[in-house]
Ligand binder design. Sequence first.
Ligand code: HEM
Length: 448
Amino acid sequence: MSFHILGRRVVIIDKPSVAEDLLTRRALIYSDRHFPPMGGELMKREHNMFYIAYNDRFKTYRRLLHREFNPSAVKNFWSTQQSEARSLVSNICQADSENLFVCVQRAAASLIMKISFGYTIDNDNDHFVFLAESSLKLAYLAGAPGRWLVDSFPILRFLPDWFPGADFKRKAKIWGRKLDNLSIEPHHWAQKQMVSGTAEPSFTSRLLNLDDERERSPDYDDIVRHTAGSLYAAGVDTLAASMKVFFYAMTCNPEIQRKAQEEVDSVTSAERRLPTLEDRASMPYLECILKEVLRWAPPAPMGLAHCSSSDDVYKGYFIPAKTSVYANIWAMTHDEDEYPDPYLFNPDRFLAKEGERQQKDPRGLVYGFGRRLCPGSHFAEFYLFIQMATCLAILDVFKDVDCNGVCIDPKAEFSTGLTTHMAPFPCIVKPRSRDSLAMIQNDHIASC
Ligand code: HEM
């Protein structure tokens, strides 16, 4: 599908094969990002991870991300991911069920702050979380499609700042500086910890200590700051969104929850211990739940638009330079031909059954395509896996009941935006038994 909107040509791809053809096989053409006048150019955000063009600086960003998040490097994060999963469950046990989503969101923020800067957040009103959330709000406001006339009529960006009606230019200048300052603070904090010898190992500290001449350009420090700064924006909402869907799916499907708990127990209960990431290979059903969570409600349903850097022709269609190309991930993961009964949450669809066609692993879709493919996918999966396993080991989730004792069927309602979040829904979350509560409490005491 192709159309013109706000002065831009937009192409939306619904088929994985077309996404592979354009975004992967022709990656040299389709790896830029759209750079809007307001949120990009006027705010001087050409170095931001989500706006940067496919250039040498971008390749350095990706090299650094790959160094930290490749399939074997992510094992360095396992112990942090495990202890954060246990903190999440411990926090859920202490909170009311209505605050389940607050705990889930905070757990994702806590982990990303720790791995990005070696920083431990305060449970309430954390300063760096506040800075990061303020940056996101400002960036969304500046980048909101259709909000700024200058995005539809880019010629307006040449108006002098003092010109009546040009207050967007003054705003852009102030906001651009503000966003820059917001990302400098945690970076400086991590540098200070390194100087004082108290830094916890993190993405920033490891890369600033890197002894690799190839990476040491004069603006290396700034490159590390931009790369680390992208992790919060890209990681927190996507991880939290998936965990919210997991809780919803467990609430609505008690038989799936029970089957998954049996699997987790079969691996851990003889040793009376909590799950670890080493257990992942022994929990194939939980792996199917992970795939189904990502398929049923992909956290970034339209991905992030790629932008073409030159004219192209595909199957007879002319695609001019500067076309925004979206992969409609949601349509791909709900394609009835590939996933029969696509709206049903059914992890069993991924179990190999004799005589039946194996359904495609949705992880080949939900992280995007080509050279802008999500660099955090392996990290994300270990995170989701250990959170789900630890929750299943310790907690039961049920439907809530109304004042007449009748079960409330929760509705699946989602926000719109780059990342879609499930709206809070009524449910009850409780420790499975006194033993399981004691296990998580003891673990918490031991880790303090
Ligand atoms: C379930 C979790 C996640 C999902 C579904 C997801 C999905 C995506 C998608 C669809 C894109 C756009 C890809 C494209 O343009 O084709 C993306 C980009 C990105 N993701 Fe993720 N993501 C997740 C978690 C994470 C995490 C945990 C991190 C970091 C720790 C991360 C870091 C990034 C970055 C830095 C980009 C921008 C890449 C670029 O522009 O080159 N993501 N992600």
